[in-house]
Design a protein around this ligand. Structure first.
Ligand code: NI
Length: 141
């Protein structure tokens, strides 16, 4: 008999926006999750895998960063522009759509070294106001 289930457990306390919390609960019911903790553990596991899944950093790639964000939060428009100006060497174009009064969607089209793309995505992803950010990449042979 193995003892995998005897993994050491730590308890943490986290703060969530009410809306996220409610959507989490809907998902827990929909997917029949045994507990909220189990769903959060799985979500964190996927997040960590996604963040660590690195192609060879020097891979030549074409890609895009898709960002959905709330433009009224903490000068985010300005920060987005400033950061993009640091990555001139890989940004080919940027398309901005004003979705609603408060929501914007931006697509940044990229060509260059994969590692630089992940650096840009990581830098943008932590800005306050970003709801979702995805980096999509294709290898260029
Ligand atoms: Ni906008």
């Amino acid at each position: 008999m193995n003892h995998d289930s005897e993994e050491e457990i730590v308890r943490i306390s986290i703060s969530l926006p009410k809306d996220l919390y409610q959507r989490l609960d809907v998902l827990i019911n929909k997917l029949n999750y045994p507990s909220r903790s189990k769903l959060i553990q799985d979500a964190l596991e996927s997040f960590i895998i996604e963040k660590q899944k690195r192609l060879d950093p020097n891979t030549q790639a074409a890609g895009a960063i898709l960002i959905l964000y709330e433009h009224e939060k903490s000068n985010i428009d300005e920060r987005l522009v400033e950061i993009q100006h640091k990555y001139l060497n890989i940004i080919r174009s940027t398309t901005h759509i004003h979705l609603t009064h408060n929501l914007c969607f931006e697509v940044i089209v990229l060509e260059g070294v994969y590692q630089t793309m992940t650096e840009l995505a990581d830098e943008l992803g932590v800005l306050k106001g970003v709801r979702t950010l995805k980096l999509v990449v294709s290898r260029v042979e």
